[in-house]
Design a protein around this ligand. Structure first.
Ligand SMILES: C[S@@+](CC[C@H](N)C(=O)[O-])C[C@H]1O[C@@H](n2cnc3c(N)ncnc32)[C@H](O)[C@@H]1O
Length: 339
């Protein structure tokens, strides 16, 4: 397989049981280093996708261009610079001629002009598309993350997987993080660097080294203490409310939110360590979730290794496709190809 826009390799992790990576492309150094630490550096192209000249053959291409704000449906401007990455994706499809390609993206992708362009290009190249929204919780991931998946095939349509854990059988946050210590191990990563692609990068770090806390102010702590499980900013008494929230009586309901043990979390985004950005307070303890907990909620295995600064690793975690969701798609593809 070829993994484009590979990030730290969440998608690859899900596909690794059936497919061997022959090329991964990623331009962020820390993410490429994490990918290399887990899948080997030999097949990683660290750099802009446009700079990849040699494209190997592959049965499957996975990955999806990051959303840079999609154009609205109906606009068919093929020269929109936002389409450049889609054109790159298809450069790989044309050269590698995979039997199947898999694209993951944010849910609004399916209503965008880019999706229209992609569908046209896929049909012109002999690929049949199937697409839909998959909810990670429906596949055992303790997270309500909804993402668009598009599968193109030139060997017969590939159906998307159906839920293995439909609503009522969702895994709660408890299944992922209840065994982890209340008190984070540190507020900083160990001082360690690794050399990869001729550069020095912080890491690699083990999952347990990612159980990182912050240094909240007394005011932040008082706010955390005021929020019950499932609650959020509306539970804060007036004296603890920042002015912007006091004046904004509706909307942004998830900020300063606390998770519930028995329910999946909401989407783990790239700034999950900031409670003011979403429902990221631990179900019980008065702190946001740690990087380690976020990686668990994203279903990364504990032996996954991480490279980069705290902020860079958080971005890798939040940007990733949960491996358990990726595996459900990978199994469909593998079945279809008779692997
Ligand atoms: C949403 S993330 C991918 C997550 C990945 N599929 C996973 O499951 O872990 C998109 C990635 O595309 C990378 N990227 C964006 N533009 C790129 C480009 N022009 N060339 C190479 N990589 C790029 C970003 O650095 C980012 O890591």
């Amino acid at each position: 397989m070829i993994d484009l826009f590979a990030g730290c390799g969440g998608l690859s992790e899900g596909f690794r049981s059936g497919f061997e990576p022959v090329l991964a492309v990623e331009h962020d150094l820390a993410a490429a280093a994490t990918y290399a630490a887990n899948f080997g550096a030999g097949h990683v192209h660290w750099g802009d996708i446009a700079g990849v000249g040699e494209i190997p053959e592959a049965d499957v291409i996975i990955g999806g261009p990051p959303c840079q704000g999609f154009s609205s449906l109906g606009s068919r401007d093929v020269d929109d610079p936002r389409n450049a990455l889609w054109k790159e994706y298809f450069r790989f499809v044309h050269r590698a001629r995979p039997k199947v390609f898999v694209i993951e993206n944010v849910d609004r992708f399916l209503g965008s002009a880019e999706f229209g362009l992609l569908a046209r290009e896929a049909a012109a190249s002999g690929y049949t598309l199937t697409w839909g929204l998959l909810l990670a919780a429906d596949f055992g991931v303790p997270q309500r993350r909804k993402r668009a998946f598009v599968v193109g095939s030139r060997v017969g349509a590939v159906a998307l997987p159906g839920p293995t854990h439909p609503k009522g059988h969702w895994n709660g946050v408890k299944t992922a993080i209840a065994d982890l210590p209340e008190v984070p191990v540190s507020t900083t990563l160990p001082e360690r660097v690794t050399e990869v692609f001729g550069r020095r990068v912080p890491g690699c770090f083990r999952a347990d080294e990612l159980h990182l806390g912050r240094n909240p102010t007394a005011l932040s702590l008082a706010r955390y203490r005021a929020v019950p499980p499932g609650g959020g900013r509306f539970d804060l008494p007036d004296e603890l409310l920042p002015r912007c929230w006091r004046e904004k009586k509706t909307g942004t309901t998830d900020v300063m939110g606390r998770m519930r043990w028995d329910e999946p979390s909401l989407t783990i985004r790239t700034e999950f360590y900031k409670p003011e950005k979403g429902r990221y307070l631990h179900p019980e303890h008065h702190r946001p979730i740690t990087h380690r907990e976020a990686a668990r909620l994203q279903t990364f295995p504990d032996d996954f290794r991480w490279c980069g600064t705290k902020i860079e690793i958080a971005r890798q975690i939040g940007n990733a496709v949960p491996p358990v969701l990726a595996r459900a798609v990978a199994e469909r593809v593998a079945d279809h190809l008779g692997n």
